[in-house]
Write a protein that binds this ligand. Structure first.
Ligand SMILES: NC(=O)c1ccc[n+]([C@@H]2O[C@H](COP(=O)([O-])OP(=O)(O)OC[C@H]3O[C@@H](n4cnc5c(N)ncnc54)[C@H](OP(=O)(O)O)[C@@H]3O)[C@@H](O)[C@H]2O)c1
Length: 290
């Protein structure tokens, strides 16, 4: 039995399709099973929440491999970014060790370091440390920015493109090697199927784009090319913090999310780690058809 967290997300849903097609027995730890869509009848369901570590214990029963994708880039009512990404991963590793799990597969992120300026990437760094320090066989995948059908950032940009100019935070100089969610899911499916040995892979797409270039590409793909307006970071930060104070979890964007796009996520290894997993990652323009 394989336990998958984050199965309702961009990457998790792509991986789940591959696992059920391969007839791998899967249990999904989810907050709301309805969000699994048609796949929910093909899997076991464990109700759980990253903010509720006791829910991990039941989910782990009889599990040999955990694939931990669930993550949060904004605070939730039940837990902060640090609790949901850092502490929850540490607790999940502990629960896995106690339950006799053999293998722990974790998706971190490029640029996850304990001194990163963003709360999310610091929390991911601590999570990676917990995974690496465990007695379990562990595989960590650290992707650059991940994009795909219906991803929240592209959706938000699509809405912003209803305006004559699209505002973006800061100078847009951070650099990314965007990787398609389907390619990352292929890498994960390979890791699950291949088994054997602890390892860390940096998963990057074949091109390096600045944040501004990425936004222009996404706007072209949405059929709404617009001029981009660079808004000074302190203005964005104050505005989004105020919005979050007023709208709480309903805020359309938060400063923690916007700040992530000011941090470069690149690897000098390029596509070599993905290729080592049998996946030649596709170019973003080709995937988006622009
Ligand atoms: N997207 C990127 O650009 C990017 C870049 C680098 C690394 N990564 C990492 O790649 C992995 C997959 O990313 P993604 O883009 O697929 O994420 P995503 O689409 O944002 O999905 C997040 C998943 O986590 C679940 N989740 C959130 N809060 C939860 C909670 N409190 N309890 C239980 N589940 C919770 C969500 O479930 P609900 O349906 O219940 O909300 C969803 O299934 C994550 O670990 C992410 O940090 C992503």
């Amino acid at each position: 039995m394989l336990l998958l967290t984050g199965a309702t997300g961009l990457v998790g849903s792509a991986l789940l399709r591959r696992l059920t097609t391969a007839r791998t027995p899967v249990r999904c730890l989810v907050r709301d099973p309805r969000r699994l869509g048609p796949e929910r009848v093909r899997v076991q369901i464990a109700l759980g929440d990253l903010a509720d570590p006791p829910s991990f214990r039941n989910a782990m029963r009889g599990v040999k491999t955990v694939v931990h994708l669930a993550a949060a880039i904004r605070d939730q009512p039940a837990g902060s970014i640090e609790e949901l990404n850092g502490i929850a991963t540490w607790r999940m590793v502990q629960a896995a060790e106690r339950a006799g799990v053999e293998r722990f597969v974790f998706v971190s992120a490029l640029s996850a370091t304990t001194h990163n300026r963003t709360r999310f990437l610091r929390a991911k760094a601590l999570a990676e440390e917990a995974v690496a320090a465990s007695s379990l066989e562990h595989v960590v995948l650290a992707p650059s920015l991940v994009y795909g059908q219906g991803d929240p950032y592209a959706t938000l940009l699509g809405r912003a493109a209803l305006l004559p100019v699209v505002p973006m935070s800061g100078r847009g100089r951070a650099r990314f090697q965007p990787v398609w969610a389907e390619d990352l899911a292929d890498c994960l499916a390979h890791v699950v199927a291949a088994g054997g040995g602890s390892a860390r892979y940096e998963v990057a797409g074949p091109e390096t784009l600045t944040h501004t270039e990425l936004v222009r590409l996404l706007l072209r793909a949405a059929g709404r090319p617009r001029p981009v307006l660079h808004v000074p970071t302190p203005v964005v930060s104050r505005t989004l913090r105020a919005l979050e104070t007023i709208m709480k979890s309903k805020a359309p964007a938060t400063w923690d999310e916007a700040e992530l796009l000011e941090v470069s996520m690149t690897t000098p290894k390029g596509t070599s780690d993905a290729e080592a997993l049998g996946v030649p990652p596709r170019r973003m323009a080709a995937v988006l058809g622009v």
